[in-house]
Design a protein around this ligand. Sequence first.
Ligand SMILES: Nc1ncnc2c1ncn2[C@@H]1O[C@H](COP(=O)(O)OP(=O)(O)OP(=O)(O)O)[C@@H](O)[C@H]1O
Ligand SMILES: [Mg+2]
Length: 289
Amino acid sequence: MSHASTRPPETGSWEALQRELFEEDLKHAPVIHPAVLKESPIIEVDNFSLWYGTKQVLYNITMAIPRGKVTAIIGPSGCGKSSLIRSFNRMNDLLDGVRYEGDIRVDGQSIFSPSQDVIELRKRMGMVFQKPNPFPMSVFENVVYPLRIDGVRNRAVMEQVCRRTLEAAALWEEVYDRLHKSALELSGGQQQRLCIARAIAGDPEVLLLDEPCSALDPVATAKIEDLFDSLAGRYTLVIVTHNMQQASRVSDFTALLYMGRLLEFGPTVEVFSRPKLRTTEAYITGRFG
Ligand SMILES: Nc1ncnc2c1ncn2[C@@H]1O[C@H](COP(=O)(O)OP(=O)(O)OP(=O)(O)O)[C@@H](O)[C@H]1O
Ligand SMILES: [Mg+2]
């Protein structure tokens, strides 16, 4: 492990340097900063590997997601970030040819145990995707959808939850006069905030957010980042992002995945200011991805 800065290669390419650093770092990985281990975990990933058909995309990931905190998952495109967080609520089950080894526990219970109710698991682990996916129904019906699934029929309760979650998602002011119009008429950024409101309306314990701001402008992004701030504590947030500023602004902890491996996981301030692996340093300073 070294704090030495990454010099440009005298000969050869950035790719060669990247490969060399990675191979060296892999001998030490994963580097888990001690502060992470002091947290109370909500999700425990235990020696977890994942394959799509014959292609292995996650390798022996072991990490504990701190309860009530915001954890950012960063890493180059294709390193397995989405595959990992889709495993947390068994969304990967919906794909053909997926195989895994190892375990993932939520509150100490294996999510793969035969007694695990997958619908219940997905309710506890709300998910927001990169591309907003409002249902083709009104704004109101989108937000209260999780309540309807739960059999809530009380109009006053639904109206209350609708207002509260739209306010939390910083969308109320923009939509209160068109709650009964189609959600598909909203702008992309509004649709994304609507999807976040819908996820919160289900009252999950964990919000899994896969690049939730990548289609948003800076104003909508700032609103959503404020929302994450206000949700932390009550909820556990796991956010995949390519935006290093966003990771450092919103998260308490940051995990770097690289080619399907967990390389480094620690408090965000430490990972960003004093990374322990040279690959981490090179990645967060934008020298390669
Ligand atoms: N349904 C699938 N079937 C087969 N291979 C897949 C599938 N989904 C993802 N992969 C492969 O698994 C690897 C990891 O993909 P994943 O989407 O998890 O990466 P990522 O880190 O989220 O990337 P990005 O930053 O581009 O979203 C990639 O090589 C990808 O091509
Ligand atoms: Mg992804």
